[in-house]
Design a protein around this ligand. Structure first.
Ligand code: TXA
Ligand code: MG
Length: 334
């Protein structure tokens, strides 16, 4: 299959209409959101959703997020909605947050991987919203990468993984947030964060005035978000995450002495002090680091580098999500 590359700067309306038509015909189209690129299919069409699992090589027990354009549409797919959910929706949607609620079971059964709950979200991106409005369908969309690879933050990343396997990609340039949405389990009396993202426990606490907002501890509990049990966000090559105060340059030297070609993933502040075979600096604050993280992980190539040494970054806000993704990508901590 030839993957159509729709450049959004040219013929915006026509390109969005063509992409929407493909979705209505049961084809897969990747599109930008404010977080990462999503791989969309008609959430009411079982066969179309099945194509997502096939193109990504995604385990069938890992459910998908349903994307809609408007707040009223969120309520069409969920039931038993606690009062606090409306407050969260009013405060944060459209935005980088996903709500897990009891499903009305009016989407295809493979979207929810047979669970009684469904994840829903309104992306805060003009192209995504225009596409959702044009096709007038709920769209199931995981991140548009091959399962296990870092999520795509540009159309180029989507094509690296899925060229020839999907009908098209709407190219809206690089995404802003850079890490996936915060996933919140809203099936109980209080919300529980299942996946960290730009919207933090603090942000939620402020809106709901409850204390504390819990973050799901997978180590002690059984994974509640099925996706969390799979190794994620891994670059092509082993990544060692430095979580202690050990000097990163000393570690790099040790590895190089053993003959390894070493890549370094560091902040703008550290970059001056580093010498390695390839150095990528991902920014000077948490927001920049989130935006650049996945592009950086994809930039280290097997033919240039044998392993990546990555420092730990600040974690006041979205930095927590950055460190969460890095610790999942890491084969080792030092
Ligand atoms: O920012 C995002 O959320 C992006 C963009 C494209 O919207 N999407 C995304 O989708 O990251 P995906 O499929 O890569 O991650 C969805 C996560 C998975 O960890 C999945 O297990 C979880 O949400 N999830 C989906 N439905 C769920 C449910 N009913 N209960 C618990 N977790 C659920
Ligand atoms: Mg994903």
């Amino acid at each position: 299959m030839e993957t159509k590359h729709f450049l959004i700067n040219e013929h915006r309306e026509r390109n969005i209409d063509q992409a929407a038509n493909l979705l209505r015909q049961g084809e897969l189209v990747a599109f930008p959101t404010e977080t990462v690129y999503g791989l969309g299919a008609d959430a009411t069409n079982f066969q179309a959703v099945q194509k997502i699992f096939k193109a990504k090589g995604r385990p069938s027990d890992n459910p998908l997020i349903v994307h809609v354009a408007r707040k009223e549409q969120l309520y069409e797919f969920v039931k038993d909605v606690p009062v606090y959910v409306k407050q969260l929706i009013d405060a944060f949607s459209p935005g980088p947050i996903t709500y897990v609620l009891q499903s009305k079971e009016n989407v295809a059964s493979n979207v929810t991987a047979g669970l009684s709950t469904v994840a829903v979200r309104i992306p805060d991106n003009d192209i995504a919203l225009s596409l959702l409005t044009a096709c007038d369908l709920p769209i199931a969309a995981p991140s548009a990468n091959t399962s296990g690879h870092p999520s795509p933050t540009s159309a180029e990343h989507v094509l690296q993984d899925l060229n020839g396997k999907i009908a098209g990609v709407l190219d809206g340039g690089p995404t802003q947030v850079g890490v996936e949405s915060t996933v919140v389990d809203c099936t109980g009396e209080k919300p529980i964060i299942l996946r960290l993202g730009k919207i933090t426990a603090e942000d939620i606490k402020k809106v709901l005035q409850i204390n504390p907002v819990s973050v799901y501890e997978e180590e002690v509990e059984k994974p509640k978000s099925p996706g969390l049990k799979y190794k994620h966000y891994a670059p092509e090559i082993p990544l060692y995450l430095v979580t202690t105060t050990k000097n990163i340059q000393t570690i790099i030297e040790q590895k190089r002495k053993k003959g390894y070609r070493v890549g370094a993933l560091v902040s703008d502040q550290t970059v001056e002090q580093i010498s390695a075979d390839k150095i990528i600096s991902i920014g000077e604050n948490e927001e920049e680091m989130a935006t650049n993280l996945y592009h950086a992980l994809r930039s280290f190539k097997k033919n240039e580098i044998d392993l990546i040494i990555c420092e730990s970054f600040p974690t006041k806000s979205v930095g927590k999500a950055v460190m969460d993704r890095l610790s999942r990508a890491a084969s080792k901590t030092l």
